[in-house]
Design a protein around this ligand. Structure first.
Ligand SMILES: Nc1ncnc2c1ncn2[C@@H]1O[C@H](COP(=O)(O)OP(=O)(O)OP(=O)(O)O)[C@@H](O)[C@H]1O
Ligand SMILES: [Mg+2]
Length: 382
């Protein structure tokens, strides 16, 4: 499909000239003669790139850029600022507002088309070609409520603390709880991406949905709105989201929830290591066996699956880890002891356990689990 370029400029000659020139290079063109028309055309025309003038009577190019960048539906569109202004400060202001590239008028046609081509290919190239892909660690619960989210969140933070560049994604549409554990209201990240067409899921649109955290980890969060559970049908979208996330960090931690829903299987295949989370008690020990077989049947080598045992309450009936290991035929990666108060306090305070209680036994166990994964995947930790 031919790419569409929206030109926003109050100078009719520029619109005509540049439009014609780009049309000659095979692009489709849409034009707008001021900022507000530009914004509405950005929404209605769905362009692949915007060429934007700075000085316009109603709204300058910086403001147009800022408005585009805060609109989740439009934030991903690359922008080249195209202007007669040549001062360095103007360029800096442009980049600060969020433009991708900058051209000064008058521009030679060959220079213009070269920039257009470069920006378009950066925006659409499969990221794998641009960057080395991240190692992916998938956490999956043998059933619900095992502590999967708590472990994924804390391992992610521990990995960041050991010098890795980490993204943690909770791939559990409509059933999220990580945002609550981080005191983040209205988590919309995943729910905003999954309804989109594949074309609209790319580096920029995914990056826009990430939430930063004081630990340095970036999060893609799932909502806890039951009406969004149906988004789990968006299997290709989910795969595309993970592919993009993989290109934005060096370590990607996935919370895959607790059952092998349709989207989980293809994502398991993208994981370099799968960690099954379970409490070593009956009946979880039984359902864990089924889940391991399901994971193996999804095409994952048994050697790539490990287990972390989380005991949430002290009990004399816990099954020894050696026995669980033998029953499931997968290796033990770590053990997390009961710490209901710490877990509760951490969640309420929006502060992961490894940050809130770094000297606690559980934090130590999280670090040991993290070390196991790092050694297994040869992660470059300090
Ligand atoms: N080591 C622990 N000791 C005691 N309680 C814990 C421990 N780890 C986590 N918890 C608590 O257990 C509850 C469930 O944890 P979490 O949300 O991580 O589980 P989950 O498997 O992700 O659940 P879901 O199936 O809802 O996704 C939370 O209240 C959490 O604070
Ligand atoms: Mg969870």
């Amino acid at each position: 499909m031919t790419e569409k370029i929206l030109i926003i400029d109050d100078d009719i000659d520029t619109l005509k000239l540049v439009g014609l020139m780009l049309e000659r290079h095979g692009y489709r063109i849409a034009v707008a003669s001021n900022g507000s028309i530009g914004l509405s055309k950005a929404a209605s025309e769905n362009p692949d790139l915007i060429l934007l003038d700075i000085m316009m009577p109603d709204m300058d190019g910086y403001e147009v850029t800022r408005r585009l960048r805060v609109d989740p539906a439009l934030a991903h569109i690359p922008i080249i600022m195209f202007t007669a202004k040549t001062m360095v400060d103007d360029k800096v202001a442009g980049f600060e507002a969020g433009v991708d590239d900058y051209l000064t008028k008058p521009t030679h046609p060959a220079e213009l088309t070269a920039h257009v081509k470069a920006v378009l290919s950066r925006a659409t190239a499969p990221q794998a070609e641009l960057d080395e892909k991240a190692k992916v660690i998938g956490f999956i619960g043998a059933r619900g409520g095992q502590g999967t989210t708590t472990v994924a969140l804390n391992v992610g933070v521990a990995m960041q603390q050991s010098g890795l560049d980490v993204i943690v994604a909770e791939l559990n549409p409509g059933c999220g709880s990580m945002a609550l554990d981080l005191n983040i209201a209205n988590p919309t990240g995943l729910a905003r991406l999954l309804p989109r067409s594949l074309k609209d899921i790319h580096l920029r649109s995914v990056e826009t949905e990430l939430v930063g955290h004081k630990s340095g980890v970036r999060f893609l969060l799932a909502s806890y709105l039951p009406q969004e559970i149906e988004l789990e049908q968006a299997v290709s979208q989910m795969e595309s989201v993970v592919n993009n996330l993989q290109a934005m960090c060096n370590t990607l931690v996935l919370d895959l929830g607790s059952s092998l829903r349709p989207y989980v299987k293809p994502i398991l295949k993208m994981c370099d290591r799968v960690i099954l989370i379970l409490q070593p008690i009956y009946p979880t020990s039984v359902s864990a066996r089924v889940v391991v077989e399901d994971i193996v049947n999804a095409g994952i080598l048994r050697q790539h699956i490990s287990m972390a045992l989380v005991t949430r309450e002290r009990t004399g009936l816990a099954i020894p880890w050696k026995q669980v290991e033998g029953d499931l035929g997968i290796e033990l990666a770590g053990i997390i002891s009961p710490a209901p108060e710490i877990a509760q306090q951490a969640s309420r305070g929006g502060n992961p356990i490894v940050m809130m209680q770094p000297d606690s036994l559980v934090a130590d166990q999280i670090h040991k689990l993290t070390d196991y994964i790092a050694i297994n995947l040869s992660l470059n930790t300090r």
